[in-house]
Design a protein around this ligand. Sequence first.
Ligand SMILES: Nc1ncnc2c1ncn2[C@@H]1O[C@H](COP(=O)(O)OP(=O)(O)O)[C@@H](O)[C@H]1O
Ligand code: SF4
Ligand SMILES: [Mg+2]
Length: 454
Amino acid sequence: MKEDKNKNITNSDTQTENTDITPQVASKDSKKSHYISRAEARRIAQENFEHVKRLEAYKKRKNVDESEYVTQMKDNKNVVEFDDLHTYFFTDGGTVKAVDGVSFNVPQGSVVGVVGESGCGKSVTSLSLMQLVQGPTGQIVSGEIRFKGEDYLKDEEGKKIPIYTDELDEQGNPVQLKNEWGVPQYKKGTYVYNIAKMPMDEMRRIRGSQIAMIFQEPMTSSNPVFTIGEQLDEVTMLHIEGASKEYAKARSIDMLKLVGIAMPESIYKRYPHELSGGMRQRVMIAMALICDPELIIADEPTTALDVTIQAQILDLLRDVKDKMNGSIMLITHDLGVIAEMADFVVVMYAGRIIEQGTATEIFDNPCHPYTIGLQKSKPAVNKKVDRLYSIPGQVPNPIDMPDFCYFKERCNKCINKCNGEYPPIVRLSPTHTVSCYLYNDIFEKTSAKEKNNG
Ligand SMILES: Nc1ncnc2c1ncn2[C@@H]1O[C@H](COP(=O)(O)OP(=O)(O)O)[C@@H](O)[C@H]1O
Ligand code: SF4
Ligand SMILES: [Mg+2]
């Protein structure tokens, strides 16, 4: 079996037996590099089975003490902190390291754009945050995803803490506050959860109410056999305890109005196939907003739409972000969309972050040859070109990543050092980092300075 030179990932998250997970790959000895013999396939399948069984059991564990997944933010201004996240797919062909050590933050009230070519791990990063990675093959293997949200406060015995009114009942006991549908109310407070360790049952409370997701293709992410109204109402009924049908309907119609849909009462009664692509995407945004989430993840929200509608949907997203005072994680392969919207930009390549910084840093001073290539391939109105630039080559095979810089085979700025191991992260400013040997001098100087100071 090939030794993975990057590292043997110890699955510290699962905290079960601390078994090493060595990514499974086909033997390099095979004459054809993508050929897997029957014996190898059997070995990979057997080892995958063990990993997947353990990781699935960990996700489905019951009666878990909150202390296992309640944590602290490193910086309280963030709503999400990804910290060295690894999410793998244990396929029969080998282990796909879809997300391989990703760390970045989503500050409160900001738009963070995640950009990169198709297959770079953008969607898997966001699905990890929702605990929606396609199991059993897809699993969060290690790392943390810290999310700051609101949840019920608990007393020492783990029970919810009631909110009392000033009144006393006939026996002289305080009367618990009830909402307008007669549901008793409990105190809520701010919590930080490590989503990578949260059991699935607990995650269901957060998903959809505190983190909402807008997918690329609204037709496939809405249910064709239910009306728009039924699908919107369901969100309220599911997440607002005791809500009446009338309240759910009024809220759905309000949200349809908020996303700029004319005649919302009529759209409420229609089926998804009766609406245009742009209208369906507006409905999806309305659905995401119903529970007033802290964070909206928009995964290629405009890719399936034509250009004029794209601009409208981006305007709408910007508008709703200000109204809800939340944050947006905007995933796209289109730097143009990022330029319109994002405060911070994260550039991903083959499952890793190769550069990140504020939008100004990434657009005015892109440093990684891949980011520069992406910029060059963006059409510009004031430039006449015969052919739009495209970065030569392809993303490497995710099952068998090289030991050197993943971009090397496509890079036109290679230097000698690039034949060495994967480049370290270099900090160019407090917010701007890049992973490329061209900036290694800065890295070496900084390390030396830190050593001298330390
Ligand atoms: N269900 C799956 N099974 C196996 N591999 C997957 C699966 N979903 C995604 N991948 C792989 O994970 C990598 C990242 O995919 P993804 O996050 O969807 O890319 P993108 O950046 O286009 O959103 C790709 O190499 C893809 O082939
Ligand atoms: S490390 Fe080398 S090969 Fe990789 S992007 Fe930088 S210059 Fe290119
Ligand atoms: Mg995607």
